[in-house]
Write a protein that binds this ligand. Structure first.
Ligand code: AMP
Ligand code: FE
Ligand code: FE
Ligand code: ZN
Length: 283
């Protein structure tokens, strides 16, 4: 089995890259993609470490984008069999700047709401990337909320009282940039799209993105039911796309999601997903 979706403490996971590789080996994964948000630092740190231990490590990324049709965020995974081309990382840095501006405003909003949570405290939790999950952890540590979920529901999420929207690139731009940089873009966890389980909408979105360079759809994910996976697989086939899958492991930031196996074993990704994906890249 393999896992093509995981996060380290270089974005909003809690495992160091080394701990993640060790854990992957422990549970017997054959291949692992590190797909941190907006940066490759985790992958870079353990590339050799993983190779020396016989784990196939895939260079990946997850980028949030703006839906072109309605409010809400669309996550796109990118896989780079030969690493990202020059220029891509500069583009990621622009995204990081937008995130930092949002974070500063978010800290202000939290303080206005009477919470003693500073930008510096959140930044101390996030290394290469500070995001809302880091604010959530500070809020938990200080006893303002009992869980990460509660922090999002009450304060940080779209309907939270301190919500600050972030400037995100359009989804077609993200797909195009990944493609141009030699990557294979995959539509992440379709179940979390702004329109939920509306398969007609999803059909349109996948059709549109397939015409703009989308390579794959993430059909297996911790949040997907068997029915979801089957429906997404049918759509991928309809548009001639590859399929990907992974747990979306975040360590203690998502305590019920396990590397390789997801929630209660609902994730099982065969090695063939990766072989077919790489094959499509060479073709
Ligand atoms: P950011 O990119 O800083 O806006 O934060 C987005 C990240 O927060 C996502 O990638 C998720 O990992 C996490 N997240 C978003 N919504 C929730 C939620 N309701 N509960 C827990 N984590 C969430
Ligand atoms: Fe995340
Ligand atoms: Fe995601
Ligand atoms: Zn993820």
């Amino acid at each position: 089995m393999i896992d093509l979706h995981s996060h380290t403490d270089q974005s909003d996971g809690t495992f160091t890259p080394t701990e993640l590789v060790d854990h992957a080996l422990e549970i017997g994964l054959e291949a692992l993609a590190i797909t941190d948000h907006d940066n490759f630092e985790g992958y870079r740190q353990v590339r050799e470490y993983a190779a020396e231990r016989g784990l196939e490590l895939v260079c990946g990324i997850e980028v949030s984008s703006r839906s072109e049709w309605q409010r809400g965020s669309i996550h796109v995974l990118g896989y780079f069999p030969e690493g990202p081309a020059a220029g891509f990382c500069e583009w990621l840095e622009e995204i990081q700047v937008g995130r930092e501006e949002r974070n500063a405003k978010l800290a202000e909003r939290l303080q206005e709401a009477g919470l003693d949570v500073t930008l510096e405290e959140a930044q101390a939790m996030g290394r290469n990337m500070t995001g809302r999950p880091h604010f959530a952890r500070v809020m938990m540590r200080k006893g303002y909320v009992g869980s990460i979920e509660e922090a999002f529901a009450r304060y940080l999420g779209e309907n939270g009282s301190a919500h600050v929207p972030r400037e995100e690139p359009k989804v077609s731009e993200v797909v195009g940039r990944i493609r141009e940089a030699g990557g294979l873009p995959s539509l992440a966890h379709p179940v979390r799209l702004p329109f939920g389980r509306d398969l007609e909408m999803l059909d349109r979105v996948i059709g549109y993105l397939a015409g703009r360079g989308l390579s794959a759809v993430e059909i297996i994910h911790s949040d997907h039911t068997v029915q979801d996976t089957n429906a997404y697989q049918a759509l991928a086939r309809k548009y001639g796309l590859q399929v990907t899958g992974g747990s979306d492991f975040h360590g203690a930031n998502k305590p019920n999601v396990h590397l390789g196996t997801g929630r209660n074993g609902n994730v099982q990704v065969p090695k063939s997903f990766l072989l077919d994906l790489v094959q499509s890249y060479k073709a």
